[in-house]
Design a protein around this ligand. Structure first.
Ligand SMILES: [Zn+2]
Length: 339
């Protein structure tokens, strides 16, 4: 929230002050700043400094119309929230609403902020002396208040009790709806079993799905190497579907050895609050070779495993060169930093 809060002016610290935690919301913002930021999405990306009295105010473009539209589309998707929050709760209203909840670390306070076509509402719940709340999160604390205030504000703004289901914002001209394969996220081909319409960038059509292919044996799912171990564990083969994690997975893996974990250039942080024996890194690689993969770190052998199985390595501070060697003598390297 630093860029948004920074616009509003109360937190002028650079992004480096907050570090990566910024993406999870460790920058402090005031309720009026947060509401101003969300109202900018409702206005298609234009931010207006909130004022407590009617009158002219500073205006600035915060994000593109397309970014604002996509964020609105995501935040107003009740189906996407269903997994975490269920359906029919405080976050659903009888008209389209884009909404976000938040709970601060250690339950100091919680938030719900959102907007309809007409109004933006933000709710903060907390103790003024910062003592933690008990049994209260964004969805149980602030959300019921948000629901009541949003309903009343929308009634006042529209002067009606008969609400419209018109969308909050029209699609930006540079967005196109395309049919997407739900599994791969690529453009659905004619065999993809589960598909849905999603907004995509008009100028950049997604590649056609390469995971689903119809063969003489029926529909097969060809998992990319980085997902094979996960798929073998989590996705049972359905009667009419043949999961083919190994065969023809891709021409490149038949001829090469590829480290899937850790990704080259990754940085890992040792968590001082966890016991060290629980902090290890899974080393995994994929190869077309049948033999075992041998692993070494900085030239020291640390173990061997079958292709697609993992070897655990305890995190040790420093710069490390992780090397895998397959049964055919091919090698692959990944460089990581542990702090
Ligand atoms: Zn597909």
């Amino acid at each position: 929230m630093s860029s948004l809060g920074g616009v509003a002016g109360s937190t002028a610290r650079p992004a480096s002050y907050y570090g990566l935690g910024l993406t999870l919301g460790n920058a402090e913002v005031r309720l009026d700043e947060l509401v101003g930021a969300y109202a900018a999405f409702a206005r298609g990306g234009d931010w207006i400094r909130p004022t407590f009295l009617h009158g002219s105010s500073e205006t600035r473009r915060l994000v593109s119309t397309r970014s604002a539209f996509w964020i609105t589309d995501i935040l107003s998707d009740a189906e996407a929230r269903e997994y975490a929050f269920g359906r029919g709760g405080s976050l659903e209203l009888p008209f389209p609403v884009a909404v976000k909840t938040g709970t601060s670390q250690a339950y100091h306070d919680n938030w719900t902020v959102g907007y309809s076509r007409n109004v933006t509402v933000g709710v903060w719940v907390g103790n003024f002396d910062r003592t933690p709340l008990r049994n209260s999160s964004g969805v149980t604390g602030a959300a019921p208040i948000f629901h009541a205030v949003m309903l009343a504000a929308e009634r006042r703004a529209t002067g009606t009790h008969v609400f419209s289901d018109a969308t909050i914002a029209g699609a930006s001209t540079d967005s196109s709806r395309r049919e997407i394969c739900v599994l791969s996220g690529l453009a659905a081909n004619k065999w993809c079993p589960t598909r849905r319409l999603e907004w995509t960038a008009t100028e950049r059509a997604p590649l056609p799905c390469s995971w689903h292919q119809l063969t003489d044996e029926g529909l097969i799912t060809i998992w990319p190497p980085e997902y094979r171990a996960w798929a073998a564990e989590h996705v049972p083969a359905k009667p009419m579907t043949i999961n083919r994690p190994h065969v023809r997975a891709s021409a490149r893996t038949a001829k090469t050895l590829q480290i899937v974990s850790p990704a080259d250039g990754s940085t890992y942080l040792i968590d001082p609050t966890l016991r060290r024996e629980f902090q290890s890194l899974s080393l995994r690689a994929v190869t077309g070779s049948r033999g075992r993969i041998e692993w070494s770190v900085n030239g020291e052998p640390i173990g061997a495993a079958d292709a697609d199985a993992k070897v655990d390595w305890p995190l040790t501070p420093g710069k490390h060169r992780i090397l895998a060697r397959d049964g055919d003598g091919r090698t692959a390297e990944s460089h990581v930093v542990v702090r």
